[in-house]
Design a protein around this ligand. Structure first.
Ligand code: AP5
Ligand code: MG
Length: 187
């Protein structure tokens, strides 16, 4: 299995680049944000809990996310590989992913870290907010998402540097230019 983590702040282009990676490499996409938004739409128990965290720009508690991820992963047993988008987001999630993949005889091969400065992130998300209908694309929630990213999520970069798996990718420029950098890093 080829397992890729696409990593980066809110609005860094994880979803956009995942689509291109899936097309080129035939991987399955697991976006925890997309899974949670579907849970909210379907009014499941998990969706009801997640809703408040998402609209506040806070992380859904690790135990809930890790359990959810494990069951999604089990549904992809015959997959060629997975691109993890928006997971892991904390050190405990990173450790849980390593353990889950190890139990399945595989591991993370590469972590693509999309690097974009905060001013551009805010700009992109506000622009998307005009059409996305996402509860978290407003200035107040965007600020909270960025704070959470810098405080709780970015320390994972060091975690993957230590494993020799982090590939920092300049996340600005055209979508095609960024994808070109990603394909080089995957090779
Ligand atoms: P999630 O859905 O993962 O959102 P996010 O990380 O905040 O990131 P986005 O999806 O907003 O951005 P993206 O990086 O995918 O960028 P995109 O390609 O869309 O998570 C949402 C929430 O769910 C979290 O806040 C949390 O509450 C919860 N959650 C999810 N996972 C969790 C976890 N593991 N643990 C706990 N809680 C969790 O691009 C953004 C915009 O920019 C688009 O409009 C796009 O068109 C545009 N764009 C893309 N590339 C470019 C470019 N090169 N130039 C200009 N514009 C561009
Ligand atoms: Mg996304």
């Amino acid at each position: 299995m080829t397992n890729v983590v696409i990593f980066g702040a809110p609005g860094s282009g994880k979803g956009t680049q995942s689509e291109l990676i899936i097309k080129k490499y035939g991987l399955d996409h697991i976006s925890t944000g997309d899974v949670l938004r579907a849970e909210i739409k379907n009014k499941t128990e998990l969706g009801k809990i997640a809703e408040g965290y998402i609209s506040d720009g806070k992380l859904v508690p690790d135990e809930l996310i890790i359990d959810m991820l494990a069951s999604v992963l089990d549904s992809k047993k015959d997959s060629k590989g997975v691109i993890f988008d928006g997971f892991p987001r904390t050190i405990p999630q990173g450790q849980a992913l390593d353990k889950m993949l190890k139990e399945r005889g595989t591991e993370v091969q590469v972590v693509l870290s999309l690097e974009v400065d905060d001013a551009e992130l805010v700009d992109r998300l506000l622009k998307r907010g005009q059409i996305s209908g996402r509860a978290d694309d407003n200035l107040e929630t965007i600020k909270s998402r960025l704070e959470v990213y810098h405080g709780q999520t970015s320390p994972l970069k060091q975690y993957y540097v230590e494993q020799g798996k982090l590939a920092a990718i300049k996340g600005t420029g055209t979508i095609e230019e960024i994808f070109e950098r990603i394909t080089k890093a995957i090779k």
